[in-house]
Ligand binder design. Sequence first.
Ligand code: CTP
Ligand code: MG
Length: 259
Amino acid sequence: MSPDVSDSATGPAARPARTAAVIPAAGRGLRLGPGAPKALRALNGTPMLVHAVRAMARARAVSLVVVVAPPDGAAEVRTLLDDYPLPMAEAADVLVVPGGETRQESVRLGLAALPADVTTVLVHDAARPLVPVDTVDSVIAAVRGGAPAVVPALPLADTVKQVEPRTDGEPEPVVGTPERAVLRAVQTPQGFDRATLDRAHHAVALEGQGATDDAGMVERLGVQVVVVPGHEEAFKVTRPLDMVLAEAVLARRRANDGF
Ligand code: CTP
Ligand code: MG
């Protein structure tokens, strides 16, 4: 059989949709306080980034993980990840690329490294190392089911006030109280039809208008974004207390695994 014939037999139409995860990990973690870049800090002895890569690779559909490293730290991150190989059952290719000055720029650089055959993309913060695989799977399933953009989210525990921000230390006036029942706190991985997310990044690059999450950029295109249930263990490690919580979650998992 000529290579052409075998190629067409297994060509793009016959191949299952390929899913990749982009992990922005280029931030410094200023709110966590002085120390190594946040993604490289250890949780129960294992770097946060390694937990995050495993959380993506654990999803059966994910065959490629692109890690976006600090701009000057790609070689260090590559070495670190090589020191923590994925278990056989969670095999996935892992690419490392240097990131940018903003999260959005880092995601754009990660997307640029994706091979052409990737049709579904997850974007997942390295700072959410403990997201359960069921949450990842449900995001992927919703995208594969036809939704162009999917975000995991939870109802809010706190009531939220809109204020007129002040920087002079005076009390901030409240201007409104959005109805809590219609609000959701969004997490990652956010899942996308690859072409839609590429288009959103191109549009934002042209307009120069940022968004605080990837789905927000897709919303600007006028494309419908949908929400699936998030998970409390998908919280973002932002401040020192979050490190304590993350280690407690890992300890609880380890204890439960003992049974
Ligand atoms: N991120 C990135 N590139 C940047 C900034 C952020 O890849 N230039 C990544 C972070 O590494 C993190 C995710 O985006 O995984 C979410 O950002 P955040 O929690 O704000 O992390 P940091 O920016 O590192 O933290 P801080 O804002 O406290 O400095
Ligand atoms: Mg940040």
